[in-house]
Design a protein around this ligand. Structure first.
Ligand SMILES: [Zn+2]
Length: 148
């Protein structure tokens, strides 16, 4: 797919839920052919890690009207309830930088929240409250244009 942006979600299940359970929920209960997200941030005993979901070359199943153009990124946890930890925020910013670089995206305009596209609380109030600081962190980490 031609990637023009990113949609950020939360999984709305505990942050330690393994990706294979989210994949099983999407394929067995929701009838998707694979997990709907391209990337999931999962908390393990060794910290936060990004794990690959659906291949980036394939359309996602995460946001109506954006699945053919936007990479779906989900942060493990329910951020209507859970505070967004510094570690989770850092892991999210690092992952978003990688995706922006790979697809030549502008963090200021091309990273969006699910709630900007649909009537949903996703990715949760505690992510939305931190949104400007997340985008600032991504922008600051982007390599300078033309740098080696
Ligand atoms: Zn969502």
């Amino acid at each position: 797919m031609k990637v023009t942006g990113i949609v950020v979600h939360h999984t709305a299940v505990p942050s330690t839920t393994p990706l294979k359970y989210i994949r099983a929920y999407h394929t067995e209960k929701r009838g998707f052919r694979d997990i709907g997200y391209h990337w999931v941030l999962v908390e393990t005993c060794a910290g936060w890690h990004s794990q690959a979901g659906r291949d980036e070359s394939e359309d996602g199943a995460h946001c109506r009207g954006r699945n053919r153009t936007h990479i779906g990124v989900a942060i493990g946890g329910n951020y209507e309830l859970d505070p967004l930890s510094l570690e989770a925020k850092e892991a999210l910013a690092d992952l978003l930088v990688e995706i922006c670089v790979r697809h030549d995206l502008d963090p200021r305009t091309d990273i969006t929240r699910h709630s900007q596209h649909s009537m949903t609380a996703c990715p949760g109030r505690n992510v939305i409250e931190s949104w400007d600081r997340i985008i600032d962190a991504v922008s600051e980490r982007m390599p300078l244009e033309g740098a080696p």
